[in-house]
Design a protein around this ligand. Structure first.
Ligand code: PAF
Length: 287
């Protein structure tokens, strides 16, 4: 397993693989890898001859007051995990390698980014779409793997790939949770022990919403109100949003009459965490 820092080296290696007729999977990450990332790597290793993991904290997707500086980084730990899970190469560039002086081209999207995290993080998806497009151009993978925890990101990237005729498959993989229910996230490391306990309110409210849907509730405002109440009862939690949207367009809907995504963002202390559930098995649509 190689760690490669330049675009040229990645290109040389992936071109060589393609010449040999091998398929290439890409797992884009910002590093500080956990079991959620490991599940994406496992899937890519299973479905492709070679797997590239990108490990890059992308400055462009952070707003001015967000956690770019404190975002956790540990390339040695990441390299061990990637090796253990059988991927072939880590692409770990410096910011200057990805964004040279005078960089001024961006990939942006309307509509799908006007809701949920796009509202609270106005520059986020422009940064994600731009870096993911660059990674696709650099690696030229056959398949790229993204977690469903970032459900809006997955929908945005699928839509971008379709709109811009990108020649690859975008594959969504299930949320991986801690044994007590908290969705795995690199940002969980910010939580104090007390906050870690309080953070369980995210998954608990997700499970509550899911249960209401299973029991036949179709009025989105009822589901949202019950989830909001549960979160509001946790003193360390502050709601950013609890919303139900069409799972393709990401626009809010009042009634569950089509496949939908229920997504939440909640601050626990200063840490903003997200979680979600789909009201139907959307694997056919999400993969
Ligand atoms: O999901 C992430 O970790 C990032 O948004 C991604 C897709 C690697 C782009 O920087």
């Amino acid at each position: 397993m190689k760690i490669v820092k330049t675009i040229e080296e990645v290109r040389r290696q992936t071109a060589e693989w393609r010449k040999q007729g091998l398929t290439v999977g890409l797992v884009p990450t910002m590093g500080y890898l956990h079991e959620g990332h490991a599940s994406l790597i496992d899937r890519s290793v299973k479905e492709n001859d070679r797997t590239v993991v990108s490990d890059f904290v992308n400055p462009m997707q952070f707003g001015p007051h967000e956690d770019l500086q404190s975002y956790p980084r540990d390339i040695e730990h990441d390299a061990a995990l990637v090796q253990e899970h059988g991927a072939d190469l880590i692409f770990h560039p410096e910011p200057e390698e990805m964004y040279n002086e005078g960089f001024s081209s961006f990939v942006d999207m309307t509509v799908l980014t006007n809701e949920l995290c796009g509202l609270s993080r106005p520059v986020h998806f422009r940064g994600v779409c731009t870096v993911v497009t660059k990674l696709f151009n650099i690696v030229q993978p056959d398949n790229a793997y993204f977690g469903k925890k970032d459900a809006q990101q997955l929908a945005v990237i699928k839509h971008m790939a379709e709109d811009l005729n990108m020649n690859l498959n975008i594959i969504g993989c299930p949320i991986i949770r801690e044994s007590d229910g908290l969705a795995k996230s690199s940002r969980n490391t910010y939580l104090t022990p007390e906050e870690r306990k309080a953070a369980l309110v995210l998954s608990k409210s997700i499970f509550l919403g899911e249960q209401m849907v299973k029991e036949g509730e179709t009025d989105c405002s009822e589901i949202i109100a019950a989830m909001q109440k549960m979160i509001a009862d946790e003193p360390l939690a502050r709601i950013d949003y609890v919303k139900i949207v069409d799972c393709k367009t990401m626009q809010q809907i009042p009634v569950l009459n089509r496949p939908a995504l229920c997504a939440i963002a909640v601050y626990i202390g200063k840490t903003r965490l997200i979680d979600n559930f789909f009201t139907e098995d959307i694997d056919k649509e999400a993969e």
